[in-house]
Design a protein around this ligand. Structure first.
Ligand SMILES: [Zn+2]
Length: 297
């Protein structure tokens, strides 16, 4: 079976979870080749199995080099291992109280490594994974690297996902669209959002900006907005430092957009060290999607 056919078969099994990004009508898989809506909009599965369902051009400033570096850090180093384990633990606990079909989508998945690692940690073949990102470059890499999930180029503000089609939305260090998340997650489903705290990659920022960076911590405002949409059932705090070797230092610089505007000499000085410590400080918000009437009473 080719990747194209295998991916089409996976999408076919969960057709009702998707809708046409252009006219919002129902879609079906035809000939293991395309996804077609009842209004005849047609989207072909690529050779590597992903679908491009973006209603607008999917150019992004994120390059292949950035995604390659990101994949190496997430999938090959243990920098985010604690986060993957914590999220997988939450999903496993939630899943034990639900029925057979269970879908986890990562919205803003980039090159897909977080979703891949989290599903791996869940260790459950019965969980369907969906990864969405507006960056075609990211989704191409995801579909080449990881065969299990369904990969789609799509707009977060207009996802090709049907109402209440997901059990869990993951949103990891990536912009949110809470209104859309609320629409696509089932009642009592989860929205798991990972946000950086002030110490996140602080050594990198200090090295790149010579300690002059003055970034306002907006996490309280962001948390209030999250709680407007979802019932916050838990917050997991992660805080640790880890030693990175020279190759990993290079990758962490390449995967970080903040480095692009940094001082070239400072960046070289940082990358050329033999090793350095890096801090990971993250909050994992676990929100439950309640009906409005249930939220306050
Ligand atoms: Zn359509």
């Amino acid at each position: 079976m080719t990747r194209q056919t295998a991916s089409a078969a996976r999408v076919q099994k969960m057709e009702s979870a998707f809708k046409c990004p252009l006219c919002e009508s129902k879609v079906r898989v035809t000939g293991f080749k395309s996804l077609i809506c009842s209004g005849n909009h047609s989207f072909d599965f690529s050779k590597h199995g992903y679908l491009n369902l973006s209603a607008r051009p999917s150019g992004s400033k994120y390059t292949k080099e950035l995604f390659e570096a990101r994949r190496k850090i997430i999938a090959e180093s243990s920098l985010y291992a604690s986060m993957h384990e914590a999220i997988a633990g939450v999903i496993k606990g939630h899943r034990s109280g639900s029925g057979d079909a269970y879908t986890v989508a990562d919205l803003g998945c980039g090159e897909g490594s977080h979703l891949h690692r989290i599903l791996e940690e869940c260790g459950s073949p019965g969980i369907a994974g969906v990864g969405l990102d507006l960056s075609k470059e990211g989704i191409i890499m995801a579909s080449k690297s990881y065969e299990g999930p369904v990969w789609m180029v799509a707009d977060l503000a207009r996802t090709p996902l049907a109402d209440q089609s997901l059990n869990v939305v993951l949103n990891i260090l990536s912009p949110s669209n809470y209104k859309e998340f609320k629409r696509i997650v089932v009642h009592d489903g989860l929205v798991i959002k990972v946000v950086p705290r002030s110490g996140y990659l602080k050594e990198l920022r200090e090295a790149l900006y010579g300690g002059k960076e003055n970034k306002r911590d907006r996490s309280d405002e962001t948390a209030a907005l999250f709680r407007k949409h979802f019932v916050l059932s838990d917050v997991v705090h992660l805080s640790y430092t880890q030693q990175l070797n020279q190759a990993e230092l290079g990758n962490i610089v390449r995967m970080t957009p903040l480095a692009w505007s940094g001082n070239k000499a400072l960046i070289d000085g940082y990358v050329n060290r033999n090793s350095a410590e890096i801090t990971v400080e993250l909050d994992i918000w676990i929100g439950v999607n309640k009906r409005e009437a249930e939220k306050h009473g």
